[in-house]
Design a protein around this ligand. Structure first.
Ligand code: SF4
Ligand code: SF4
Ligand code: FES
Length: 230
């Protein structure tokens, strides 16, 4: 007996983007919905895979559900979602120094002690990085832990944009990582050569050049949720 099962059509949901109302298919991302509606230019994009941090948006819901900030290339649409483009300008940070400690950090970033522990930066981070806790670790000079915290940072700048006290958390995190990289005895440097020469680096290039978009999106979501692809 031929049992042919029709795939259910995705439900249609209504969203607004920058004040324009469009119909989208449940499960697709905000960016895909915009492309389908011919409004791709409403939100800037780069990688469309959760890596470059270009497609930052703020979200609100008509029924009072919690909104916030997110990446339009990863966030699925939901009924009643209101999307506002929220581009964050890049900020060139100060150059790294070797053997960084909390005093050197304070010289370059006196902002580090302005933190009022509001946690807005952590809530805004689309990569679930514990940004506020990391700022507190920066104040104590716990830089190996800070470098670990910012491993999955995609430099979208949202934590900086929402910080009313202008603490610059992500800019400091990047400075810490780069400064540790300059220090001769940092263990990460010993690993660089073996990573670059490894088969896994070749496999990553193969993936980047040839992988299809759906698979790339699936992996980006996994990395965002778990901080790892394994
Ligand atoms: S948003 Fe700014 S003030 Fe608030 S916890 Fe983060 S760094 Fe501190
Ligand atoms: S730490 Fe800041 S810059 Fe990095 S991903 Fe999170 S919000 Fe974006
Ligand atoms: S377009 Fe690169 S993170 Fe969304």
């Amino acid at each position: 007996m031929n049992q042919h099962i029709e795939a259910a059509e995705p439900r249609s949901v209504e969203i607004t983007v920058a004040g324009k109302t469009i119909q989208a298919r449940e499960g697709e991302t905000i960016i895909h919905a915009l492309w389908q509606a011919g409004l791709g230019r409403e939100i800037q994009t780069g990688c469309v895979g959760g890596v470059c941090g270009a497609c930052t948006v703020t979200l609100r819901f008509k029924d009072g559900r919690r909104g916030g900030t997110d990446l339009a290339c990863l966030r699925p649409v939901e009924e009643g979602m209101e999307v506002f483009p929220f581009p964050v300008d890049a900020l060139a940070g100060p150059p790294p120094v070797s053997d960084p400690d909390e005093d050197k950090l304070r010289d370059v970033f006196p902002t580090v002690d302005r933190c009022t522990k509001c946690d807005n930066c952590t809530i805004a981070c689309p990569m679930q990085i514990p940004v506020m806790d990391s700022v507190l670790r920066m104040q104590k000079g716990q830089f190996e832990a800070v470098a670990e915290d910012f491993t999955t940072c995609i430099h979208c700048g949202l934590c900086r944009a929402v910080c009313e006290d202008k603490v610059l958390p992500h800019t400091m995190g990047l400075w810490v990582r780069r400064s540790l990289g300059l220090s001769e005895d940092h263990p990460a440097l010993d690993q660089v050569e073996s990573i670059v020469m490894s088969d896994s680096a070749e496999a990553e290039w193969e993936y980047l050049l040839n992988c299809d978009d759906d698979e790339r999106l699936k992996r980006a979501r996994k990395f965002r949720k778990e901080g790892s692809l394994t």
